[in-house]
Design a protein around this ligand. Structure first.
Ligand code: SAM
Length: 348
């Protein structure tokens, strides 16, 4: 037996490894039912919460006790439940991505995709494709609930990350910036607001663009930014000197990623840049923080459950760029967001 094996595992480490799905369902069910939002003004009884959320009182009482056991609520013992600091994070009006992430991660459609992870590992398939027979982005065209949860979460996370990108990467040399798969436009809105003379285009499939005009208008950049529906596997808008790909390539396998990059390489002005904004898998051993390692590893597993893609190292990006007729430029880290980088791909 090795030293590592002879350490006595603790139950608190073992239990979530096979029962984590129950933790997640307890919390995300409470979020979906609006249970936690009932407590933002202070403690309430299980009965009052059940009335307000139109739920079955005895069952809700059990759910509340479970939430207390997980540290999301406190249970005073006299039928009064109160939010903890952790619980507050899951409430609707808290300005963090936690509420949206809980709604998205608890969505039954995504659970079905996670349920097919075994098939993905056996066959190199995608869990989502195995469960539903289609690519997740096509599925969103007819699953409005999941579309609004996924795009809603991306909106919050991207809005939180974009200001730091602007601090560490200089967009001022660019005249025209196209955000490929730009979603609701939160990234490009921030970039254009900080880059006075640049014009832009948000380019995405239709379900992603339903709120984009509003986001651009609220940021005061609507007069400098177009919104275009299109498929980045077919083509991308031409004639720009910067193409942004934020959290795009990790959704796709190498062959599909090269197709997207090649379309950008063909479209970009000479002297322009394709900018891949992404998490990067660090060199082995260079990250020691256990939570950071878990976030990266689970993000990679998520790519396997939902998409054909993966998280990649800088060397893997370099190879994709070469195959698409581009070459690796500067790699700029965004220290506020561990492992997040702007990777330049330059016309070869
Ligand atoms: C992970 S999201 C990233 C969105 C945005 N860049 C961000 O970081 O907030 C991937 C984006 O790719 C878009 N997308 C997927 N397939 C596409 C296609 N064939 N053509 C254009 N956009 C596509 C999705 O609609 C979605 O907005």
């Amino acid at each position: 037996m090795t030293d590592t094996q002879s350490e006595q595992p603790k139950l608190e480490d073992i239990f979530p490894l096979f029962f984590g799905h129950a933790y997640s369902q307890v919390v995300t069910t409470a979020v979906r039912l609006g249970v936690l939002d009932q407590l933002t003004d202070g403690a309430k009884s299980a009965h009052d919460i059940a009335v307000a959320t139109e739920t079955h009182p005895p069952s809700l009482h059990r759910l509340l006790r479970a939430l207390a056991a997980l540290g999301v609520l406190t249970d005073s013992g006299d039928d009064l439940f109160e939010l903890t600091g952790l619980g507050v994070l899951f409430c609707k009006d808290t300005p963090t991505p936690v509420h949206g992430a809980a709604l998205m991660c608890g969505d039954p459609t995504l659970w079905q995709a996670w349920g097919a992870l075994e098939e993905a590992v056996r066959h190199g398939d995608t869990g989502f494709h195995h469960a539903f027979g289609e690519v997740i982005w096509d599925h969103l065209r007819h699953n409005q609930r999941l579309a609004s949860r996924i795009y809603g979460t991306m909106k919050v996370t991207t809005s939180m990350l974009a200001p730091a990108v602007l601090v560490h990467y200089d967009f001022s040399p660019f005249k025209t910036i196209v955000d490929i798969g730009g979603g609701d436009g939160s990234l490009l809105a921030t970039v254009l607001a900080g880059t006075e003379h640049a014009r832009g285009t948000v380019y995405d499939i239709e379900p992603a663009l339903r709120q984009t005009r509003d986001v651009l208008t609220n940021a005061g950049v609507a007069d400098r930014c177009d919104v275009r529906v299109g498929d980045f596997f077919e083509s991308v808008p031409g004639g720009a000197d910067a193409y942004l790909l934020k959290h795009i390539l990790h959704d796709w396998d190498d062959e599909a990623s090269v197709r997207i990059l090649r379309n950008c390489a063909e479209a970009v002005d000479p002297g322009g840049k394709v900018l891949v904004l992404t998490s990067v898998v660090p060199d082995r051993g260079s990250v020691t923080d256990p939570m950071e390692l878990k976030v990266l590893a689970m993000s990679d597993m998520e790519m396997m459950a939902f998409h054909s893609g993966r998280e990649r190292t800088v060397d893997e990006f370099r190879k994709l760029f070469t195959d698409a007729g581009l070459r690796l430029g500067e790699v700029v880290s965004i220290p506020e967001h561990p492992n997040f980088h702007v990777i330049e791909a330059l016309p070869a």
